[in-house]
Each structure stands twice: as C-alpha cells, then as structure tokens.
Design a protein around this ligand. Structure first.
Ligand SMILES: C[S@@+](CC[C@H](N)C(=O)[O-])C[C@H]1O[C@@H](n2cnc3c(N)ncnc32)[C@H](O)[C@@H]1O
Length: 477
C-alpha cells in the first residue's frame, strides 16, 4: 500500500514527455517521476497521485547519479522549461531523441518494421539559436531561494519580469539575464531593454494578461546565423514614437554595428504570442537576411524561419535526399514559411508551389525567389485548413509528384491530411518537429494501405532540449 507524501527510491529506466521520467518499484508498480532525472539515476521521489496501475511522484533528490549525467551550466536549469536535458551528456540526448521518434511511430502510429536512422547531431551545443522570444510579465516568478524573502527585501521588483514563462505558468515569468542558447548579442539586448524599460516604467507599463492594460508584451531577437545580421523587435500594445526612438539609440549604443535593424510591432491580441498587426521600423531595413547553402533569405519579424541556421541547412539536405526529385517533378511545399525549402527544391525539379498562411512569410518567400532569379516557384497565401482552395490551386498549378509538408508542432488539420490523401501524390515528405504529430498524421495517411512509411531520419535542431525534428518519406502503395 502506498500513501500520498510517501518517499520512495526508484531507478529511472526511461524518460517521458513533459519533464517526466519512469521507473518501477520493487513490487513492479510503475512510477512516473516529475523533475530533472536521467536514465540510470536512482532518485528519491515523493508520491502525490495513486492510481490502480501506477503512481505519480515529485523528484526530491538524487541518490545515485546516472553515468549519463553531466552538470547543467545554466543557473535557471530546472526552473525554466527551455533546456530540460542540460543535465545529460549529448550522446545520451541523441539516443533519447531517436528513441522518442521510434517510440511515437511504433506506439502512437502503429508502424511496424520501421527503424529510424540515428539522430543527426548538431555541432554547437549552446548559443545555436538564431531567434529568441522573451516575455514581459507584471508578476515575477520567484525561484525557491527567493520564496522566503520578505516582499520589501527583494533586490529586483516583484512586478517586473523579462524572460521565460515558468512551465505551465503563463501569467508569470522568470526574470533572466542570460540564456546559454542565445548569442552574446541577444543577452546584451535582453539586459539593455530590461534596464531601459525599468527606467521608463511609468510610460511603458507591462501588459497585464488579467486586466488587458499596459504596453510591454514581448522582446524578440533574431540573428542571421550565417550573416551576423541582427534584429530587435519589441512587441507593445501601442507605438510610443518618442520612447521607441530613444530605445533605438540606446540599442545602437549598446550593440554598435552588431545591430542591423530595430522594429516595434504593435498588437491588440489578448494572448501572449509575439506577433504584430502593425510594424514600425525604427532602424535599418526592417528585416534581416540569413544564408543557407546557396540561398540568402530575407526574414521579417513575423515570418517563420528555422531557429538553428547550421542545422536548417542539414535538414534541407535531408529533405532533398528523402525526396529524390526528378527534373520533371511538380512539387508542393506546404507550410513553406519564407520559402526556404521551396528554393532548395527549385533547382532539382520542374516547378514548386509554396503554400503558407502568414502574409509576411509569403511576401518574404516571393522576394527570396526574386533575389535569386528563380522563376519556377509560385507562392500562395492559404490557410491549409481550407481544403476547397487546395483543390482549386492544384487544378491551376498541376498535380504534384512530390508533396513536402512541414506543419507546426500540432501537425496537420485532419481535413488537410484527408485532402492530401485525395490528391494522392506518389511521394510525401513529412517534416516534423513533433514525433506525436508525425505518428498521428502518418497513420492517417497510411489508412487503408494508401501509403507506406519508407524511412525516417531524426535530426537534432535543439540540443539541451527534448525537442527533435524528423524527415519521413511516405510512398503511395
Ligand atoms: C514549421 S514552420 C515551417 C516553415 C518552413 N517549411 C521552413 O522550413 O522554414 C510551419 C509554417 O506553417 C505556417 N502555418 C501555420 N498554420 C498554417 C495553416 N493553417 N495554413 C498554412 N500555413 C500555416 C506557419 O506560419 C509556418 O511558417
């Protein structure tokens, strides 16, 4: 018999989703442990949920470390939800990423007899991100050490934070001054903007998700990993021309010629997404460029671009290898963002149709094709939930031989998967940053034996995190 608050010791044998690990107690009962454990650790855990077949407990300390453990370098490790795997050696991270994809395909997708390839490693384990989104909140998340300090005695204000949301806690953020996945410019910007906003707190109050009043929402920074260009984008509720002008000068002074553009995006949305409805360009051209392979891409503040430039190039090479395009092929690149895959594919086939929802991305994609004198790509702005349009545009462009689809984490809308089944291209390359979505959509594609999964290549775009990208090839049977 187990009781709530009971302490147990357990060896961790596997890791799960959402910062959970898994083990079995001596009597064979399964136990899920929430907290930063590694496979091979023996941990102390406190039970807080008792079910017939399993227990759920909170990690309370390490009894014996796993041989795969390493010391996390970040002082916010365990608090900030970003780098959940910093305590594990990189080879172990890669093993677990491959396993995550394999397990999802087998257990969620029901795929049998498919062996994923080894996960392609990343050369830079820190400082690799070319984009960061920091949030402002008027409620600072207190670390366990800060919990016992009396309200008046805190070094930093309690009603101001610029950093990352604590996991599952969207109204509060951890006020961070350094992130190891960021570049040096990003960390300088974070601290410069924080100091500026604190100085002008009266005129620039933080937006409250409760009262929906206030100004400061997000700070987004973007770095051309292969060009060095650097964008700062402050997202606010309204545009304060005088203060944004002052902030522009402050940023130029702090960053020197590293800063290439500063924009202020305005949003009236009530959610916390850093997406602007109107943009004011305060400095530079209002966009940056980045280079992947032979192509230079224009990237605006609201456009999607892969967040690890070095790995993005490797990812696109994998996509081309999986697609095996022929010069006569008509290709669709669904969820095309700024057209980065579209352009990579364009020199290997007859023509490519890029489909994307976000207007700035479609504009960037068209501009990117134009800059390289590429005339066999077309881009349309379309919500891929809208299947009627997919069919109409297909009729205009020609039926595809290969469809490349690279949806957001949630995967494709079931109607879009159904439309893809009806279009029935001979080859579908499914690029996914979420193994569960790949498994679910892949299973639907393969229903009634219409398609078969032929290969799956995981690739690590996000070292220190539990995220993994993969490229899967489906062939029509
Ligand atoms: C994972 S990104 C892929 C971008 C691109 N393939 C690349 O490698 O840079 C997903 C893209 O899908 C777009 N998107 C999200 N929902 C969409 C929808 N319903 N219809 C069309 N595009 C959508 C996003 O704006 C984003 O650009």
């Amino acid at each position: 018999m187990y009781t709530k608050k009971q302490m147990v010791e357990v060896e961790i044998i596997d890791l799960g989703d959402k910062n959970q690990s898994f083990g079995r107690l001596e009597d064979g009962i399964s136990i899920f442990v929430q907290g930063p454990a590694a496979v091979g650790d023996v941990v102390k855990a406190e039970i807080f949920k008792i079910k017939k077949k399993y227990l759920v407990a909170r990690y309370k300390g390490l009894v014996k470390p796993s041989p795969h453990r390493t010391d996390p370098i970040c002082r916010y490790f365990g608090l900030c939800g970003g780098c959940k795997w910093q305590h594990m050696e990189y080879t172990e991270q890669l093993r677990l990423k491959r396993k995550q994809v394999q397990d999802a395909l087998e257990h969620l997708g029901g795929f049998e007899g498919i062996e994923c390839d080894d996960c392609i490693p990343a050369p830079s384990l820190f400082g690799y991100r070319n984009k960061m989104d920091f949030s402002f909140t008027d409620l600072r998340y207190l670390t366990p050490d800060e919990m016992d300090i009396a309200p008046g005695d805190h070094e930093k204000p309690l009603d101001f934070a610029l950093g990352f949301h604590a996991p599952g806690c969207y109204s509060k953020a951890i006020d961070i001054d350094h992130c190891d996945l960021s570049t040096e410019e990003m960390n300088i910007t974070l601290n410069t903007v924080r100091a500026f906003c604190l100085k002008h707190k009266e005129a620039l109050p933080i937006y409250s998700t409760h009262s929906h009043t206030g100004e400061l929402r997000n700070l987004m920074v973007r770095h051309g990993g292969n060009t060095g260009e650097f964008m700062v984008n402050l997202v606010t509720s309204t545009h304060n021309a005088e203060l944004m002008g002052k902030l522009s000068a402050t940023l130029q002074e702090a960053l020197g010629d590293k800063l290439t553009t500063f924009v202020n995006n305005i949003t009236s949305a009530k959610n916390t997404v850093a997406f602007g409805e109107k943009e004011f360009v305060l400095y530079g051209p209002g966009y940056i460029t980045d280079r992947l392979g032979d192509y230079t891409y224009r990237i605006s503040a609201n456009s999607f671009f892969q967040t690890n430039s070095i790995q993005a190039e490797k990812l696109y090479i994998q996509i081309l290898e999986a697609a095996q395009l022929k010069p006569t092929d008509i290709v669709y690149d669904l969820f095309c963002g700024t057209g980065s895959i579209t352009l990579f594919a364009s020199s290997h086939c007859k023509k490519v149709l890029g489909v994307e929802l976000v207007e700035s991305s479609v504009n960037d994609a068209r501009e990117n094709a134009k800059r390289h004198d590429i005339d066999n790509c077309e881009f349309i702005r379309l919500d891929l939930k809208d299947i009627k349009h997919i069919r109409k545009d297909m009729a205009d462009f020609g039926a595809p031989d290969v469809v490349i689809t690279d949806p957001p984490r949630a995967g494709m809308n079931p109607k879009a998967v159904q439309a893809l089944r009806e279009i029935a291209p001979p080859v579908i390359i499914y690029v996914s940053c979420n193994p569960a979505s790949l498994a679910r959509d892949g299973q639907m594609l393969c229903e009634e034996g219409l398609y078969k999964l032929v290969s799956c290549q995981p690739i690590d775009m996000f070292p220190q995190t539990n995220h993994v990208e993969s490229v899967a090839r489906f062939e029509k049977v």
